[in-house]
Design a protein around this ligand. Structure first.
Ligand SMILES: NC(=O)c1ccc[n+]([C@@H]2O[C@H](COP(=O)([O-])OP(=O)(O)OC[C@H]3O[C@@H](n4cnc5c(N)ncnc54)[C@H](O)[C@@H]3O)[C@@H](O)[C@H]2O)c1
Ligand SMILES: [Zn+2]
Length: 688
């Protein structure tokens, strides 16, 4: 859901999206001259769908989720009304969305989980759709999709496409409309652009634009000079369907002399579908034509009929797109954020763009040097990259202009106004305001109460900001434990009632004996992350012992230094950071103050005795109630080892849907397999 958007804002945004999407549809479909990247366009469509899902009563009559393509009113070609509507396809970017697509079909058809259902999978070729009407096996009309209802007559144009037979071979129904894609191969596209350049003609952005621009010509003579190709993937109006399934029908069309995808397969499970997707994905770059995904279709035509269509797309088909790992967009604005340690981080605010399957609106610009390196300014067109789970990066500035100065990095903290400087040899610019800087205070408090640290429920960003404003947190984290002194002031403030206040205070009180490693991590000492904090506490058990050792080491005591660096994962950077921390008077004051308020028990690592203690567990497939990371953490707490792959050493496999090859291997090795519910029972049995 989109809780931060009010109804009025949503209505407004939906109106703006409808206008923008209609405009880009016209540029792309009618003029073959898009202004934004497909990834930016897809981000607009996703945003529209999200808002419509959250506010169903605001769906507009002219909603972009309803229409297909673009109407052909202004086209110089004559118009053709399609007897059977030409549709679009719903799309997916992740495995989970494909699983949900299949699950949705099962629910719709009320098919039990184990009833087999087959799907075809084939390339989603990036061209433009075309309908070819054959009567008595002879081509009588070819038409583009247009808005799905009315397209353009391109009969004369397709006469110049050798892949499109004027006459079909064999037993063809009396009326048969072939649906497929007109496309241009990569080589032909490159050659066309070279020729266009030499002749001073229009340069096409993609093979798809080139194919569309070449086919939709009033003068078919121009089409004749372009090398266009075609393949069939479906059908429209027909007097007869000679086969009962999608796969067999496509093969039948092939036998009539129509080219079809060489990568059409029949799949019997989601795993097979995803396998084919990955296989095609691997070969994508070496294919002679551009594809942008894989299309899955329910094979059984009787089931296709039962499923029908919703909106502008059939329920029985899905385009599983290859997420663009790079995409073009506009850098709207550069903001400066001040972190816990005073570091000024530039953040780029983007015009939303779909990269790697997710909508990206912010991108870190890292530091001053990075901005200079890319010559970035607000308003520039940039290329954003996101591969796998990596955070998005700017890889290129498309409007780079050496003569114009890049964004000027501020010399002062935007929050407290203190001077901001980079230390000798450092790229990071830091605010020198220290604890005077509200931004740093805020970030430290936020970190202190965060999930990995003290994990205080109900003390979110807004509340911290509110209490800071009231001056209740001036002394930093220890003040949190004195908030109870403000109980009566707080009750009755806007948004607070006795109950919510007492809940918050109870959550704080419950942390009076915190885990020492979490407390240490919560202090936000540089280089002391959650793991290092645990490693340190495993060795020293008590915070005062850690402190005295760190201070001794900072004074150069070799024994203390040796003790610290003998801990795995603790190197000179950590030792120095600890030394620097305790060197600061105000840090020592906060530390002492804090240890007056809380009393962490002696730190001991404990694992629980359980049915899986000492065993090696592998999690595979999709877990529904917990994340993979949480499952692994549970296993560790139960004294088990979580491994990534199945081997002879594996004792137990916890499998969710889509587990695939690991299950096969488990069966071969005779390893016990349980489902997520059984795993949850094991966890519950030790009270975790
Ligand atoms: N950049 C822009 O401004 C802009 C504007 C509009 C649309 N677009 C692009 O066009 C897409 C939307 O266009 P759309 O509605 O035509 O959807 P689509 O192109 O994502 O999918 C539907 C089409 O896929 C084609 N297709 C290819 N292979 C197929 C196969 N094997 N089986 C069935 N169909 C197959 C069909 O022609 C079908 O009409 C967007 O996702 C975007 O990428 C871009
Ligand atoms: Zn500051």
């Amino acid at each position: 859901m989109i809780p931060s958007v009010s109804e009025a804002e949503a209505a407004n945004e939906l109106m703006r999206l409808a206008k923008a999407i209609a405009r880009h549809n016209r540029l792309y479909h009618a003029e073959d001259a898009p202004e934004i990247s497909d990834a930016e366009y897809d981000a607009l469509v996703r945003r529209n769908a999200e808002l419509e899902a959250a506010f169903p009563h605001l769906v507009r009559a002219d909603s972009p989720s309803r229409g297909v393509g673009h109407e052909v009113a202004a086209s110089p070609l004559s118009k053709v009304r399609h007897e059977v509507r030409m549709m679009s396809l719903d799309n997916a970017f992740s495995d989970a969305e494909v699983e949900e697509f299949v699950a949705r079909i099962r629910r719709f058809l009320a098919l039990p989980g184990d009833a087999p259902i087959a799907f075809t999978a084939e390339d989603k070729i990036d061209g433009l759709s075309c309908s070819l009407r054959y009567e008595g096996g002879v081509l009588v009309r070819a038409a583009t999709r247009g808005d799905g209802e009315v397209g353009e007559d391109v009969t004369a144009n397709v006469a110049h496409i050798p892949d499109i037979p004027q006459k079909l071979r064999g037993q063809v129904p009396a009326v048969f409309e072939v649906r497929g894609e007109v496309y241009m191969a990569k080589d032909d596209f490159a050659a066309l652009n070279v020729a266009q350049h030499e002749a001073g003609g229009k340069i096409f952005a993609t093979p798809r634009n080139a194919a569309a621009g070449s086919l939709r010509q009033k003068d078919a003579g121009i089409t004749a000079q372009r090398r266009l190709r075609f393949w069939a993937h479906g059908w429209g109006a027909t007097s007869d369907l000679p086969e009962p399934g999608q796969f067999a029908m496509v093969k039948r069309m092939e036998s009539w002399g129509l080219p079809v995808s060489p990568d059409l397969v029949l799949c019997r499970s989601v795993a097979e579908m995803l396998g084919h997707y990955r296989d095609i994905g691997r070969r994508r770059a070496s294919l002679p034509y551009d594809i942008d995904g894989v299309v899955y279709k329910v094979d059984d035509l009787a089931l296709q009929r039962r499923l029908g269509a919703v909106g502008k797309a059939p329920r029985w088909a899905l385009a599983h797109k290859f997420p663009a790992e790079q995409a073009e967009t506009t850098l709207e604005k550069i903001d400066i954020q001040v972190g816990r340690t005073g570091k000024l981080t530039p953040v780029g605010r983007l015009s939303p763009v779909l990269v790697g399957g997710v909508t990206v609106v912010n991108v870190t610009l890292h530091n001053r040097d990075e901005i200079a390196r890319l010559g970035l300014r607000e308003g520039d067109r940039i290329v954003v990259q996101r591969a796998g789970d990596v955070i998005p990066q700017v890889v290129e500035n498309l409007t780079r202009d050496e003569r114009r100065p890049a964004f000027e990095f501020p010399g002062h903290c935007p929050v407290c106004g203190s001077e901001a400087v980079a230390e000798e040899g450092e790229v990071d610019v830091r605010c020198t305001g220290g604890l005077v800087c509200k931004a740093q205070q805020f970030e430290r408090l936020r970190h202190f109460v965060s999930r990995g640290a003290l994990d205080i429920e109900g003390l979110g960003e807004k509340t911290i900001a509110e209490f800071m404003e009231l001056g209740w947190l001036d002394k930093g984290p220890p003040d949190i434990f004195r908030l109870k002194l403000h109980r009566s002031d707080l009750i009755g403030r806007d948004g607070w009632q006795e109950r919510s206040v007492d809940n918050l205070l109870a959550a704080i009180e419950s942390k009076r004996s915190p885990d020492a490693a979490r407390l240490l991590f919560g202090l936000g000492i540089r280089h002391v992350g959650a793991v290092t904090a645990r490693d340190l506490m495993k060795r020293f058990h008590e915070l005062p012992v850690l402190r005295s050792t760190a201070q001794d080491a900072a004074r150069g005591d070799p024994a203390a230094l040796g003790e610290l660096t003998s801990i795995e994962g603790v190197g000179p950077a950590v030792v120095e950071a600890l030394g620097d921390f305790f060197h600061e008077e105000h840090n020592r004051a906060v530390w002492d103050d804090l240890l007056q308020e809380v009393a962490p028990p002696r730190y001991e690592v404990q694992t629980l005795e359980s049915a899986v203690s000492g065993k090696t567990v592998v999690f595979t497939g999709k877990l529904e109630t917990i994340s993979r990371d949480e499952a692994k953490a549970q296993a560790e707490r139960l004294g088990a080892k979580a491994a990534g792959s199945v081997s002879a050493k594996t004792d137990l496999i916890v499998a969710g849907p889509g587990a695939g090859s690991k299950l096969k291997k488990a069966a071969e090795l005779g390893i016990e397999v349980i489902d997520e519910a059984a795993w949850a029972e094991i966890v519950a049995s030790v009270g975790q």
